[in-house]
Ligand binder design. Sequence first.
Ligand code: GDP
Ligand code: MG
Length: 439
Amino acid sequence: LTQRLSKALKNLTGKGKINEEDLQATLREIRLALLEADVSYPTVKKFIDQIRQKAKGTEILDGLNGAQQVIKVVNDELTALMGDEAVPLNKPDKIPTKIMMAGLQGAGKTTTIAKLAYKLKKEENARPLLIAADIYRPAAIDQLEILGKDLGVPVFSMGTDVDPREIVKAGLAEAAANKNDYVLIDTAGRLQIDAELMAELKDVQEIAQPDEVLLTVDAMTGQNATETAQGFADELNLTGVVLTKLDGDTRGGAALSIRDVTGKPIKFVGQGEKPTDLDVFYPDRMASRILGMGDILTLIEKAQQDVDEKKQAEQLEKMRLNTFDFNDFIEQLHQVQNMGPMEDLIKMIPGMAGNPALANLSIDPKQFTHMEAIVSSMTKAEREDPDLINPSRRRRLAAGAGRPIVEVNKMIKQFDQMRKMMNQASNGNFSGMESMMGQ
Ligand code: GDP
Ligand code: MG
């Protein structure tokens, strides 16, 4: 994904302006990138349409800024789609807070229960009770009991011969008797959604009246994760989602489409097998992960550097060959203007700092604008061959730029000096600079 997006955004950097065509091409790349990150097709389509609207509404500026703006729009929209803020667990006023897990077999329900128990114990000094209501998966009860023992958290179980509905009822009674502040209900899964499983889960939901029904989804299942989420959302009153196995090499595009199809917040993400490997879900971080943002920002910086270095090398070569013309002059003015006050820049030139001639130097930034106006009035031929600019042409330029003729003369003189000086500088001699500054 990163590679794709990087490529798309690279197309935006190093170009003067982004036009409609560039934007379309970029959106096409972003679209492919999201699909590759396992975001579902309808979500991608919706998302791209939103970006197109937003990008159109935003003034898109030159080169690098344009790319950064597109990234910002993409990143903001991704974040918004996933819900902007982290959403905490629902907690009723009276104990216990009841949390029911749901999800396919192997999604990480049992592991997530252990992680939640660890977190609650550590952060709130909570006293949770775990209920083992998966009677189908071999050793599911053992698994929960071992985890509970390691964490010092009690596990309620009745073996595999009792109906899960009865286990949940008895478990809740036990929690009431022991005044547990949390009840975490582990449920069965299947390899695929089926009617029998759903009927059982609906009954458990009815009996327990949980404050949270957390759907656990394996992020590594890619496009299927969205379908699974949809299936569970249709049958149960989900309150949130836990996206597991994000420590794998998925970009987590599933987060985007799961949120989109269920409308339920992703509350936690699983980042490993240990009880400590559970994190609160932050939409902005997830957006960066899906986009590979860190990499992209680095790439943009680099692209910017490359462009500048290339331009500078070209200009140095021109100076050396003495073909420096008014187009380059303007280019230089622009680059210099972007760097900050002229006075500061000159002092950074090797050999210039501490030069007494520069102590009280001040340069009026308006001069740049006037120079630009004069250069804009030149024909293409005049810009490329400044020696063409005879007195009658100078009069024309002065009229065109709305500046006095003396100013045109002065600028052309400065240009000549600059050209000479640069020629010397490119051969390692800076003395010409001083005489120009003395003006
Ligand atoms: P359940 O069938 O939904 O209860 O799934 P389990 O909790 O038994 O998990 C299935 C497998 O996935 C186990 O081997 C877990 O260790 C593993 N697992 C669960 N969550 C994560 C996670 O966030 N990262 C990784 N790497 N493995 C996980
Ligand atoms: Mg399990």
